[in-house]
Design a protein around this ligand. Sequence first.
Ligand SMILES: [Zn+2]
Ligand SMILES: [Zn+2]
Length: 268
Amino acid sequence: MLTNYHTHCFRCQHAEGSVEDYVMEAIMHQFDKLGMSDHVPYPHYDYGLRMPMSEIWDYIYEVREAQEKYKDRIQVLLGFESEYLCTQRAYYEELLTEYGVEYLILGQHFFDYGGQFRSAFAISDTAYCVTYAKSVREGLGTGYYSLLAHPDIVGVNRLPWDRNMEEMTDIIVESAVRYDIPLEINANGIRRGTVTDSLGEHYMYPHYKFWEKASEAGAKVVVSADCHSPHLLDNDEVHQAKAIAKSWGLRLIDDIDIRNPAKDNASK
Ligand SMILES: [Zn+2]
Ligand SMILES: [Zn+2]
């Protein structure tokens, strides 16, 4: 089965293509399912690199329209890539209920560090990576998320692989296994290329040290395109990411279970 649950569109202001463009690309490549997961907007604050809150319904209607129009050829899912901020829990629940969002993936681009806001892309000390991991663990524990996007994203900071990095990895891998949520090998990491440091030449992410532990723990793994342009949905880097995941002995799955606590409660 061919699926991709990590797909952006032009609304996030750093991607190109409409929902329909991605759906047509997916159909051309004979995908069975395409999950749209553009960056979630927040009602009271604009964190940047995402659609304004005023466009949320336009996005939702656009995905709904594509679902209906192409339903005989592909299953399209309505999702968001979302951070986990404990102050926004009510909003995440609202997304999964009132807004009718089918699934969320956790992309922890920023997190709280003792009341301070930290970007996962601007970490200067590996101690922050442990805090990052704890925020991911808390997010996974909520049951709102169906997939953990780029769990090793902090690799972009090119920090030394030390005990904090080991602890970060342990926390994330253990919680993914405990909550049975797949970890994502992200093709954008392949697109960013390799670096050479004391470990030798390796990708910043997917970082092989992280995935060694994921492999040992038998965590479920999916490969996502994280495409910000339709032609990147099923291109060389995606195929390469799949080949790497296989070569690392990861437990690759081709489809995920959708978590939606709102729907689960409604059916009880
Ligand atoms: Zn993006
Ligand atoms: Zn992301």
